[in-house]
Design a protein around this ligand. Structure first.
Ligand code: EPU
Length: 430
């Protein structure tokens, strides 16, 4: 298992190029199942979850090929046929987003068998809403031997209101509805930029999706979809993580190929905390994304935060923000409303010297406390990022164990950080 060795206390300075968004890339790959024609995805991040999704497509009998490009990978997927409708437990347990193949398989091939994902470090994360929504579109679904077994002789458009806002739930139903007969209306839909990006891809494939980015999405079903080429949006969580890296090391970073408009809630909080973030909108022509600058000229101030669905403060930035608050003057209250168990990083941060009290879904961070390097263990993707950030700010050497979590969603984070002055190195143990 790989570890990161980090020697803290270095100020980061320079430019970092942001990769494509993992959470937009994964549903885009699943969407390719909706057509027999090639779907070409660009700006694909080079992260482990993308490899897992390719393995899943391979299991289904679907070809995909990867080409290295200047900015991200180009992945071409051609789902001419389905050899096997089964998404096995071995893959789904590695990556819950595997459930995204359920809607497309059912809509295009009339059958799907997807393992139930089971528990997760950050919360129970049921997928009951994906199942209820597909049933509303007319699918017959039973749960047997740990698998969702779904079939249909043809999905029919329907109205479905989500009890709880779900990102992948919205994506699964949106994809399924593109090939259903008639109109589907999704209410209380997720408004995340990744949902909007998926709608753009589906429309480029010939679908009729309206309203993505608002709470009501209307999809008029079509008989078939065709191939398309689509660039994936920048990863807003990777961008946010580097903004915090600049702040926590009292450095100055410029993030290229970012999309500032996707980060308003985080930028507002960072500004309250005393971090100076400026953005440059995309230039016309070649350069379709913008850039962001972060530096922290004065003292960091504590500022409370409550996570929420987009456009609220992202739960995927809560752990990194908590690391930052350990270095701010005063007391900050961090409330997690999306997942019930997403404070595992707090215990590790406390081992590095942070003063944090966790009560249920709230954590109070008292700062500023000096952090000292320690051996810490990553429990999930964003918790690992938080520990890396704390390691950059700590005095002495930290060892972050189980970095396979971070490799799931951050492209070469140690290289990107080293290039701007961090002392971080990967150690592989055989
Ligand atoms: N929920 C239900 N029933 C469902 C679906 C969701 O009760 O059928 C609940 C969940 O338990 C949770 C809440 O609804 O309490 C929101 O979960 P959501 O379904 O939105 O999460 P997700 O779609 O499984 C995506 C991201 C996560 C991100 C969340 C929230 C992808 C592939 N994953 O998960 O990303 O935290 O939305 O924004 O898009 C990450 O990248 O580290 C990550 C965990």
């Amino acid at each position: 298992m790989d570890k990161f060795l980090i020697t803290g206390g270095r100020r980061l300075e320079g430019h970092v190029t942001i990769s494509g968004a993992k959470n937009a890339a994964l549903p885009a790959m699943a969407a390719a199942l909706l057509t027999p024609e090639p779907v070409v995805l660009r700006n694909m991040p080079r992260v482990r979850d993308i490899g897992t999704m390719r393995s899943l497509l391979d299991e289904l009998g679907v070809d995909s090929s990867v080409t290295h490009e200047d900015h991200g990978n180009r992945i071409e997927i051609e789902a001419r046929q389905l050899l096997n409708p089964l998404a096995p437990y071995e893959l789904v347990k590695q990556m819950r987003a595997s459930v995204l193949v359920l809607g497309p398989l059912l809509a295009r091939f009339g059958q799907a068998q997807v393992s139930l994902p089971g528990g997760c470090a950050i919360g129970a994360r049921p997928i009951n809403l994906h199942v209820q929504g597909l049933e509303k579109l007319g699918a017959k679904i039973r749960i047997e031997h740990g698998y969702i077994k779904a079939e249909t002789t043809g999905l029919k458009g329907a109205r479905f209101a989500f009890d709880t806002i779900s990102v992948t739930g919205t994506e699964n139903l949106m994809m399924a509805a593109t090939l259903a007969e008639g109109e589907t209306v999704l209410e209380n839909a997720a408004r995340e930029p990744e949902v909007v990006d998926l709608a753009a891809l589906l429309n480029a494939m010939g679908a009729s999706v309206e309203g993505a980015g608002s709470e009501t999405i209307r999809i008029r079903g079509v008989a078939r979809l065709h191939g398309a080429e689509h660039p994936i949006i920048p990863d807003r969580i990777e961008t946010g993580t580097f903004l915090v890296a600049a702040a926590i090391t009292r450095g100055h970073l410029t993030l290229e190929a970012a999309e500032p408009s996707h980060l308003s809630a985080l930028v507002a909080k960072l500004s309250e905390a005393g971090v100076c973030v400026t953005s440059t909108a995309p230039q016309s022509g070649e350069n379709r994304w913008g850039s962001m600058n972060a530096e922290c000229p004065g003292a960091l101030r504590a500022s409370d935060v409550t996570t929420g669905e987009y456009p609220g403060f992202p739960t995927d930035m809560q752990a990194q923000y908590m690391a930052l608050m350990t270095q701010a003057e005063g007391s900050s209250l961090i409330s997690e409303t999306i997942f019930e168990n997403r404070f595992l990083h707090a215990l590790e941060l406390m081992r590095m010297g942070a003063d944090i009290r966790v009560e249920g879904r709230q954590a109070t961070v008292r700062g500023k406390t000096p952090l000292s390097g320690a051996m810490v263990q990553a429990s999930d993707l964003r918790a690992s990022a938080s520990l890396v950030l704390a390691g950059l700010a700590a005095e002495g050497e930290s060892v972050v164990d189980r970095v396979y979590h971070i490799d799931r969603g951050y492209e070469r984070i140690e290289e990107k950080l080293s290039q701007v002055g961090a002392s971080i190195r990967r150690v592989s143990e055989t």
